[in-house]
Design a protein around this ligand. Structure first.
Ligand SMILES: [Zn+2]
Length: 334
């Protein structure tokens, strides 16, 4: 196997290793997805990172560097179905002993993974094109990110275990409790490991905030679920020593993490609501009000997704409504 330079591996503890694989680059900036290897009687991966060359060559290489082989993996537990975490599991079904596990509601969609990806991509493009119709340059930046991110148009995966809230998965010495934590996507799970008091949070809890995509006709983010997942995870945070998210550094100081996440959401919602109450606004008006600048196209796409998620919540609560002024979609107070 050739040397691959853009991955990182770190044996954090005797029983746990971190693998970082890039899934997006713009200019000099690279974005990475985290994969965790549980080193126990059954070698288990939490997530598989992005799709690389059909054979997950980066994941295989990373495992080799840690002294393991992809063939020895018993199980991959996906925290959610997004391509930066699940793509790496596509195309490695030749390893028959490996069990692919995801939240039960995701199973029927993701087994035809290429079709699922194409569907979500086209929904996202339609929705954001409609919202940004007067800003073709923003649409094209957004589409570039989406094309890069939702990049698999074929591929299947057999899900061997459909996970439910409260399930316990044993890897030998360790047990992982499945906690359904939807909001970032409809099917997110977190994993709680009691012995070492570790929480694996996928994209639900990140060190800064969460990323939201907008509802995407049921395939995207939903703030009502997100807020109730934040309340649900609270009892675990009291006893957690370390949170391992699917992007960025581990989180060790989180005495008020749920409080500050809830506050960030509330503050953003207030800003959006206030802007609309002053003047009927398009999504781009609200983008400028909430995020006056953004450092890269991936951040732009993230911010647009967050704004849309808030707008959909305010609409569902009948606090605002949308109408069309010519081609432009505007939001007004209800
Ligand atoms: Zn992600």
């Amino acid at each position: 196997m050739n040397e691959i330079n853009d991955i990182y591996v770190d044996r954090l503890y005797p029983y746990l290793a971190l693998i970082r694989i890039p899934y997006f680059s713009s200019g000099l900036e690279k974005s990475f997805a985290n994969i965790f290897l549980i080193i126990d009687e059954e070698l288990t991966l939490i997530d598989a990172g992005p799709y690389t060359n059909g054979k997950s060559e980066k994941l295989c290489f990373a495992l080799k560097k840690l002294g393991f082989d992809i063939k020895d993996i018993s199980r991959i537990i996906y925290t959610h179905s997004h391509p930066d975490h699940m793509g790496g599991g596509i195309g490695i079904d030749e390893y028959k002993g490996m069990r692919h596990c995801i939240y039960w509601e995701a199973k029927e969609w993701v087994e035809q993974y290429g079709e699922y990806v194409s569907l979500v991509k086209s929904i996202a493009k339609n929705i954001f094109h409609e919202q940004l119709v007067l800003y073709p340059e923003v649409v094209s930046m957004y589409f570039d990110v989406i094309d890069h991110f939702w990049n698999l148009s074929s591929g299947k995966i057999e899900i061997n275990e459909a996970l439910h809230d409260g399930d316990l998965i044993s890897t030998g010495k360790f047990k992982f409790k499945i906690i359904s934590t939807p909001g970032h996507s409809p099917w997110d799970i977190s994993l709680w490991e009691e012995k070492n008091a570790l929480l694996f949070s996928g994209d639900f809890l990140l060190s800064k905030s969460s990323t939201l995509t907008g509802g995407l006709n049921g395939f995207g983010s939903d703030l009502i679920s997100y807020e109730s997942s934040i309340r649900k995870i609270h009892e675990y945070l009291d006893k957690t020593k370390c949170i391992f998210p699917a992007h960025g550094p581990s989180i060790t100081s989180f005495s008020n993490l749920t409080g500050s996440l809830a506050a960030i959401v509330k503050e953003r919602e207030n800003k959006i609501f206030k802007t609309i109450s002053l003047k009927d606004s398009s999504m781009m008006d609200l983008m400028k009000a909430v995020y006056p600048s953004f450092e890269s196209v991936i951040v732009l796409a993230r911010c647009l997704g967050i704004i849309l998620t808030h707008l959909e919540k305010l609409e569902n609560e009948a606090k605002i409504y949308r109408y069309k002024n010519g081609d432009e979609v505007r939001f007004a107070l209800a």
